[in-house]
Design a binder for this molecule. Structure first.
Ligand code: AMP
Ligand code: GLY
Length: 433
């Protein structure tokens, strides 16, 4: 079995790492990969934006499976281009990846599929912003939620009680030429539930929770994700099945009806509000850093599961099985992230970080001209701790994050803390118990 993984971040390192643990281990290739991936796979220097180059690479390698990690090549049609050449691809077509590429279209799909989500309005003209905010937050008593409609690496969303800041973000998005989605505010804890899909069937993976805000206590701006953990001891039993039944399956049916069947990873970002479960967002690929903890707990083979989805026949493989262990990932981010990110700083302490059982996933790293490991992005590393329970996994991950040396870097210290302490709960009407 030969597998080509497209991407260069922490998600792809985690995917490659887990594929390497399958038995028998597949031959692994990555494009473009990163220094962490290079320890496990043959990396090919083809840029993510070079769709022709990636298709040519797949032609040369003739892999049994291509796994596309990031959203940008999916939205740009890499899945379609590879399928046209006869490759088995894990990752949706451009038409189906629009679920992530356009928040307003995702809202349309959710409405026609009857999927529970926040009330919203789409705005194309700055003059309509004030009246739009009246619709989504008529009393002005809860935060305003303002989203850039297109891809924004997790940073296009502003949730704020400051009406002027909400208007300013909306105006800034419109000035860039896009449209804006205004939404009703959803309270309650968030859950990321990944469903492996083959066009018609959805197989849920273990739920995880992501920490979107930059700073401890959920302060600071939204980021791509600063940490994650799994399992979620506080989540309602039966949540995954409920999401498959009320969210994933109706969405798959609706997309198929539109001629855009979804084959790949349907990421259901959910809020467990006091009024029931609601979809916050869909993504068309594995989440980062949730993948780092979800795949850490996957006990059954990954290659077989993704391969079956790519071939359109998930019924051919048994349901995934899970370790009872807990996993916690903490992102080490570069100075200034998410507003900016400083690159080129030397990274050390990885061996020390891994000495006590954690492992270090490379998210934004590179080798400089002298072969030294340096930072190359906002989210630089994900340190992953594993243990019999969340408290243990948290200790392992925290010690590892402290051991990493990267000038100016920052990381959250409260990832999974409330869950480990048992102080989180969700009271969701409608979730099966
Ligand atoms: P998105 O890119 O749509 O996932 O939004 C990023 C983050 O913003 C989410 O994970 C939530 O933390 C927050 N967010 C998005 N939409 C809402 C909403 N309607 N109500 C409350 N928070 C939201
Ligand atoms: N961690 C959030 C995302 O991958 O979009």
């Amino acid at each position: 079995m030969k597998i080509l993984v497209i991407g260069s971040g922490g998600r792809e390192h985690a995917i490659v790492r887990r594929l390497a643990q399958d038995s028998p281990a597949p031959a692994l290739h990555a494009a473009p990969g990163n220094p962490g991936i290079a320890a496990l796979a043959t990396c090919h220097d083809v840029a993510l934006g070079d769709l022709d180059g990636l298709v040519a690479l797949a032609g040369d390698l003739a892999p049994d499976l291509v796994v596309i990690g990031p959203e940008a090549p999916l939205v740009a049609g890499l899945g379609d281009a590879l399928r046209e050449k006869g490759h088995a691809v894990f990752g949706p077509s451009a038409a189906a990846a629009r679920l992530e590429g356009s928040k307003s279209w995702a809202k349309e799909v959710m409405a026609s599929a009857g999927v529970p989500t926040a009330r919203s309005v789409t705005i194309r003209d700055a003059e309509e912003l004030p009246s739009g905010l009246e619709i989504t937050n008529p009393l002005g008593d809860v935060p305003y939620v303002v989203k850039a409609d297109g891809l924004a690496a997790g940073k296009g969303v502003v949730v704020t009680s400051d009406r002027a800041a909400a208007l300013a973000h909306g105006e800034a998005c419109l000035a860039e030429g896009g449209s804006v989605v205004l939404e009703e505010y959803l309270d309650g804890p968030e859950v990321s539930l990944f469903c492996v899909c083959d066009g018609t069937r959805a197989v849920p993976l273990a739920p995880a929770q992501d920490f979107k805000r930059a700073l401890d206590g959920d302060e600071g701006p939204n980021t791509g994700g600063m940490g994650a953990y799994s399992p979620l001891p506080w989540a309602p039993e039966g949540l995954a099945d409920e999401v498959v039944r009320t969210v994933a399956e109706p969405t798959l049916a609706d997309l198929a009806r539109r001629g855009a069947p979804f084959s790949g990873l349907l990421y259901c970002g959910l809020a467990l509000t006091s009024r029931g479960m609601r979809v916050v967002e869909f993504n068309a690929r594995f989440g980062d850093p949730e993948t780092q903890v979800v795949l850490e707990r996957l006990a059954s083979p990954l290659g077989e599961l993704l391969g079956a989805a790519a071939r359109g026949d998930l019924s051919a493989v048994p349901a995934p099985t899970w370790s009872d262990d807990a996993a916690v990932a903490v992102i080490v981010a570069s100075a200034g992230y998410p507003a900016s990110s400083r690159t080129g700083d030397p990274i050390s302490g990885i061996e020390a970080a891994e000495a006590d059982g954690a492992h270090v996933i490379h998210a934004g790293t590179a080798l400089d001209a002298d072969g030294r490991l340096v930072s190359a992005g906002g989210r630089v590393l994900a340190v992953v701790g594993r243990g019999a329970d969340l408290a243990t996994a948290r200790e392992v991950a925290s010690a590892a994050a402290d051991a990493v040396v990267l000038e100016g870097s920052h990381h959250r210290t409260d990832i999974a803390r409330d869950a480990a302490e048992g102080s989180l709960s969700a009271t969701v009407e409608g979730a099966a118990s």
